[in-house]
Design a protein around this ligand. Structure first.
Ligand code: ZN
Length: 86
């Protein structure tokens, strides 16, 4: 908290961070390896962006793909094979 006022004539602060967001790009019906049901799996693409004052500015890492089961809600990274089938 010393950085909020220390040494400056005006209080200065920067609010920055990272924000990850998931976008559903597709659904695929396949057997879930967690519950074993053959149900639609949401294909989610996660992008992580640098934010300044809560405004997303630019991506800081390559997007990653995840699968979420619509039956048991298991959330796991999609392997390269599943991602290629999008
Ligand atoms: Zn499942």
């Amino acid at each position: 908290m010393a950085g909020l006022t220390g040494g400056y004539p005006f209080p200065m602060f920067l609010l920055f961070g990272l924000r990850s967001k998931d976008h559903m790009v597709a659904t695929r019906t396949m057997v879930c390896e967690v519950c074993g049901w053959n149900v639609p799996q949401a294909v989610l693409k996660r992008t992580t962006k640098f934010t300044l004052f809560f405004i997303p500015l630019f991506p800081v890492r390559p997007s990653r793909t995840f699968l979420q089961c619509q039956h048991c809600s298991a959330f796991r990274p999609a392997d390269a094979h599943a991602a290629a089938l999008r």
